[in-house]
Design a protein around this ligand. Structure first.
Ligand code: HSE
Length: 397
């Protein structure tokens, strides 16, 4: 079978490495060799072993009947969408690592794949190398997934881990993460939670079988988390992690991306550094957790190549995958009940008047106190907190 890679950056070149390093075992598992015929990129790569494979026009791939499988590792919605759609319409299977494309156009591309009796797979788009999408779609297909919550962004998990371990400030750790190549030069998508927002939209779409718009998911990043917040977290024996979470309620889900305080007993508490983990609660399974390398060239390429093998094994059939284009209306997140950790510049009496008897944390920052509320809805919290001078609120999981 012949394959092509569109976009030869970090992930695309990783796919080349996996296909060449594990060539024999992949051929054995597929039953025939997967030969890389084209690499689509704007660059030419003179002197590199893959130089002769490079083409600059996606139509060269779309119009070549020999190509069976196409890998999209370009990133972004356009032109990736145009290219992927053309490949599917030309009867080629496509796998992508591109969460922006999947979150925005997943339902459309799945439909196009079905209409053309090919497959559109995207295991690498969430959790990098961690198998999560196929387990949800196949292994857990007999369950109603009641909750899916994850640490799905390696950059922010690295930053939160370093801030927790070293007591450092956000800006210093971000700079260090950039120097180490963990964080992008423009880190906005990671630190403001936009990357995690797309990933939880994809996971929620998969567990409910219809389109969840990422823009409907309330999202806060970690850029406002300070060394003082970490001191308060330590004082209440918890850790702050950026979570992307989705919980079933009635016929829909409540989703949110935000920093949460985690109890040591929570399975995501000890997921540190650049690692990702996705916690799943099924109505029959109970709890499950998927843990591993959530980003990086080879882990992500490993998942892409897993899709290549899956598509090669189903080269003449479309694997049924339910993700309808009809949009799911998410439930109002202000109805979610949890505890809240609050830092205020108000008196203990005022806090007690608003929230009743609570335990206070004092002596961390001069002129303020911290406290943890009982379990209540967010709407209830907002109304009670409106009488106080709130410095910071962090939800507790
Ligand atoms: N920027 C992402 C992360 C890459 O840090 O997890 C993987 O999607």
């Amino acid at each position: 079978m012949k394959a092509a890679i569109m976009g030869f950056g970090t992930i695309g070149s990783g796919v080349y490495t996996v296909l060449t390093t594990n060539e024999d075992i992949i051929a054995k598992r597929v039953g025939e060799k997967i030969e890389l015929k084209y690499i689509l990129d704007l660059r030419e790569f003179p002197g590199e072993p893959w130089e002769k494979l490079v083409v600059n026009d996606y139509k060269t791939i779309a119009e070549d009947p020999e190509v069976d499988i196409v890998v999209e590792t370009m990133g972004g919605v356009e032109p990736a969408y145009t290219f992927v759609k053309a490949m599917l319409e030309a009867g080629k299977h496509v796998t992508t690592s591109n969460k922006a494309l999947v979150a925005d156009k997943g339902a459309d591309l799945i439909k196009t794949a079905r209409e053309n009796n090919v497959n559109f797979l995207f295991e690498a788009s969430v959790g990098g190398g961690i198998p999560i999408i196929r387990p949800i779609l196949e292994c857990l297909t007999g369950d109603v997934i009641e909750e899916i919550s994850g640490i799905v962004n390696g950059t922010t998990n690295y930053i939160m881990t370093k801030m927790t371990m070293d007591g450092s400030d956000f800006a210093d750790v971000l700079k260090e993460a950039q120097d180490l190549g963990y964080a992008e030069k423009d880190p906005t998508a990671d630190i403001e939670g936009h990357d995690a927002q797309r990933k939880i939209a994809i996971l929620t779409s998969l567990i409910c079988g219809q389109q969840v718009e990422y823009t409907d998911i309330p999202t806060e990043g970690i850029s406002q988390i300070t060394a003082d917040d970490i001191k308060y977290a330590n004082a209440v024996n918890r850790r702050i992690k950026l979570l992307a979470t989705s919980t079933a309620t009635g016929n829909t889900y409540i989703a949110r991306v935000a920093p949460y305080l985690l109890d040591p007993k929570h399975p995501l508490y000890s997921v540190d550094d650049v690692f990702n983990a996705i916690f799943v609660h099924g109505n029959m399974l109970g709890d499950g957790m998927f843990y591993g390398s959530g980003a990086g060239s080879l882990p992500t390429a490993s998942a892409v190549v897993g899709d290549i093998v899956e598509m090669a094994r189903h080269k003449d059939e479309n694997i049924p995958l339910e993700w309808k284009e009809e949009k799911l209306e998410l439930a109002d997140p202000s109805g979610v009940e949890c505890r809240f950790f609050v830092r205020v510049k108000s008196s203990k009496d005022d806090v007690k008047k608003a929230f009743g008897d609570v335990e206070f944390v004092e002596g961390i920052v001069e002129g303020e106190i911290g406290f943890m509320t009982n379990v209540m809805s967010e709407a209830d919290y907002d109304s009670k907190a409106s009488s106080l001078d709130v410095v910071k609120m962090i939800r507790v999981k």
